[in-house]
Design a protein around this ligand. Structure first.
Ligand code: OOG
Ligand code: MG
Length: 253
């Protein structure tokens, strides 16, 4: 197997210079794939980026079906990936970006390994509508489970809408994602493991198991509630989540 550091460098360069790269030729174990992810993020931290939280992937049937993978995965988020609400992204900074509707959590306390949903909720400062811009670094957006894990779970950018208090029931909030004024994906927060709080519970467990427990101030993206949509130059994307409000961004050339 090629060195972890070699694969990490290849994937990091692919993300940094928006150049597609071939799928990994030799199969990795899931542990090796997460080691590659950590090493690739290590290169970002060395350039001054800071970890601000984690993203969950494949927490809904719609996402699993779209990509043909049915295991939950996670990736790291850095400050450089955050796009301001209403802001713009430059298409050229991506290989083949897609967008998906999510829910984000902001923590006010650290979260350790094994928790009940109410215990996880007690550590939540706020929740928000959120859009994730995923961008697989692999050609044609095709990958195996371990390929995508090594590639930081396709994590590329994320946009967070207004933070709201977590007092409301999150189990069945309507979600409408529009591109250029046309509803392209319609779903519910229920699609995310029955309730997105379960995604936070899983995030706490997986991050702690990896030796990087969730901290106060961390953001956790719960995973796409629907399939993702491909982006093109000129698109204006808006997500409306029932009771939580809207988040949006535009794609420029
Ligand atoms: C992998 C990332 C999955 C989600 O929300 O399910 C993900 C991909 O689809 O490229 O971010
Ligand atoms: Mg996602």
């Amino acid at each position: 197997m090629p060195e972890t550091t070699e694969i990490a460098a290849r994937l990091d360069d692919a993300a940094r210079y928006a150049r597609a790269t071939a799928q990994l030729a030799e199969p990795l174990t899931i542990e090796q794939a997460y080691r590659v992810q950590a090493a690739s993020l290590g290169r970002r931290y060395a350039r001054g980026e800071q970890r601000v939280g984690i993203k969950m992937g494949f927490t809904s049937r719609a996402k699993m079906a779209q990509m043909g993978i049915d295991e939950m995965i996670w990736g790291r988020l850095t400050d450089a990936m955050l796009v301001e609400d209403g802001g713009i992204i430059r298409f050229d900074n991506y290989v083949h970006p897609r967008v998906e509707p999510e829910i984000a959590f902001l923590l006010k306390a650290p979260l350790g390994g094994s928790l009940s949903p109410p215990a996880a909720l007690a550590a939540v400062e706020a929740v928000a509508p959120a859009l994730e811009i995923i961008d697989s670094r692999y050609e044609n957006f095709k990958f195996s489970l371990t390929d995508v894990v090594a590639d930081n779970s396709s994590s590329s950018s994320f946009v967070i809408g207004p933070w709201a208090s977590p007092t409301q029931d999150l189990s069945n909030l309507g979600m409408i994602m529009e591109i250029d004024g046309v509803a392209r994906q319609i779903g519910s927060s229920a699609a995310i493991l029955g309730n997105p709080i379960r995604s936070l519970v899983a995030a706490a467990r997986l991050a702690a198991a990896a030796g990087e427990p969730l901290r106060a101030g961390d953001i956790v993206m719960a995973g796409g509630a629907t399939a993702a949509e491909a982006l093109a130059i000129g698109n204006r994307v808006r997500l409306e989540v029932q009771r939580l409000g809207r988040v949006e961004f535009s794609v420029h050339g």
